[in-house]
Design a protein around this ligand. Structure first.
Ligand SMILES: Nc1ncnc2c1ncn2[C@@H]1O[C@H](COP(=O)(O)OP(=O)(O)O)[C@@H](O)[C@H]1O
Ligand SMILES: [Mg+2]
Length: 384
């Protein structure tokens, strides 16, 4: 499978300045390293972020997400390398002189100030004329749909509403860039999901560039135009959510984003358009698309998402890949079911099927002998 054919499998979004060689990035990190003493928190990182992007930084705790944000806000400076904003070197510019605002993990509002006064707080300390402030606050209240609550104190509104006040406060001075560090961490799941859609709405309306830090991969995938996956101060992949999910560049990314089956093996054959992977003596080899940068005989890992794996009672006659096993576990999640199937060699494969009919009798039960099957393009061969 060629790279173009792969790209074709995922629709290109209408908004894709990163694919346009003429587009100038709003933010540019060039060879940025940040050390704390001897410790390298950010390691020779280069990254372009474009105007109007909703850009997500994703990675495990300690990988450098907050450090990257703090360098954008001006609270830290790189040990090496450069950062520009709209073509201008911002490293010497102090935080309060940057067109950047940061909404912190703990977005503490002033408890004694009303919602409106919380939003007005930064404006009153800026050089905005008094006569303009009330209008701007009202505009912000409208944006986050809190006009009715303008006079209330923070303890008189809900957690989700407080979160929106914090957002309005951060956006009041119309920054070019808004940094959000785990902004929804304090909200429960349902509210979190609603707020994600509100954030996307507001971001689209304003056209402000947002950079969000999250450790929640679903959140990153939901809100972002592009996602950067980080590991130990480095970027491992920067791509659209769809491409990160469907075409992870490494085992680390595949494993970090979403659920995945990983099968360790070795490349047996490489032909013009496919490869086979041997992985267990008692099992037939797996056929998949050509890997990048792995030669015949080399170790590899085959990665396939559970929803790309089908279960059937009989071996599907035309399946490229079909492996026998037995049902070990069934997880019923309402909208779908996850089946754990144990193959003869002990490897467990997860398969996910949507439940389209209500209270339909389950097709399979514990201990049933089944076949798991998948197409040659269902999974990917990655470096071990
Ligand atoms: N001021 C500091 N002094 C020393 N080490 C720091 C400092 N700030 C961050 N670090 C270290 O840098 C690494 C990255 O931290 P951080 O950017 O906060 O990670 P993340 O936000 O991804 O969880 C961590 O190992 C952290 O301990
Ligand atoms: Mg952090």
């Amino acid at each position: 499978m060629s790279e173009d054919a792969e790209k074709g499998a995922v629709p290109t979004p209408a908004f894709a300045p990163w694919d346009d060689p003429q587009a100038k990035p709003l933010i540019r990190f060039q060879g940025v390293t940040k050390k704390f003493g001897e410790f390298v928190a950010i390691d020779d990182l280069s990254l372009d972020i474009y105007e109007r992007e909703f850009f997500a930084l994703l990675g495990p705790s300690g990988c450098g997400k907050t450090t990257l944000m703090r360098m954008l806000a001006g609270f830290e400076n790189p040990s090496m390398g450069g950062i520009t904003l709209a073509g201008r070197d911002i490293v010497p510019v102090p935080p309060n002189k940057r067109p950047v605002n940061m909404m912190f993990q703990s977005y503490a509002l002033f408890p004694h100030l009303s919602v409106a006064d919380n939003i007005a707080f930064g404006l009153k300390r800026s050089d905005m004329a008094k006569s303009e402030i009330a209008g701007r606050v009202d505009e912000m209240l409208g944006l986050v749909q809190l006009r009715k609550f303008a006079a209330r104190k923070p303890h008189q509104i809900s957690g989700g509403q407080r979160q929106r006040v914090a957002l309005a406060r951060a956006l009041a001075k119309a920054p070019k860039l808004l940094l959000l560090d785990e902004p929804l961490g304090a909200l429960d799941r349902k509210l979190r999901e609603e707020t994600q859609f509100e954030l996307m709405d507001i971001q689209e309306k304003l056209g402000t560039t947002f950079v969000i830090v999250t450790h929640d991969q679903e959140e990153a995938m939901t809100v972002a135009s592009r996602v950067a996956v980080m590991d130990n101060g480095r970027l491992v992949q920067v791509d659209t959510p769809e491409r990160i999910y469907e075409f992870p560049v490494s085992r680390y990314v595949a494993d970090f984003i979403g659920d995945v089956n990983l099968i360790e093996g070795r490349i047996e054959t490489l032909t013009k358009d496919c490869a086979t992977v041997v992985w267990a003596e008692t099992m037939p080899p797996i056929t998949a698309g050509l890997p990048q940068g792995i030669g015949a005989g080399e170790a590899c890992v085959f990665a396939i998402r559970p929803e790309k794996v089908t279960i059937s009672a009989e071996r599907p006659p035309d399946a490229v890949n079909a492996l026998p096993g037995k049902v070990l576990d069934i997880g019923y999640l309402g909208n779908m079911s996850t089946y754990h199937v144990e193959l003869a060699n002990g490897q467990v494969i997860k398969s996910q099927m949507t439940n389209q009919r209500r209270l339909a009798r389950r097709a399979f039960s514990w201990e049933d002998q089944v076949w798991v099957s998948f197409t040659a393009t269902g999974g990917l061969i990655l470096m071990a």
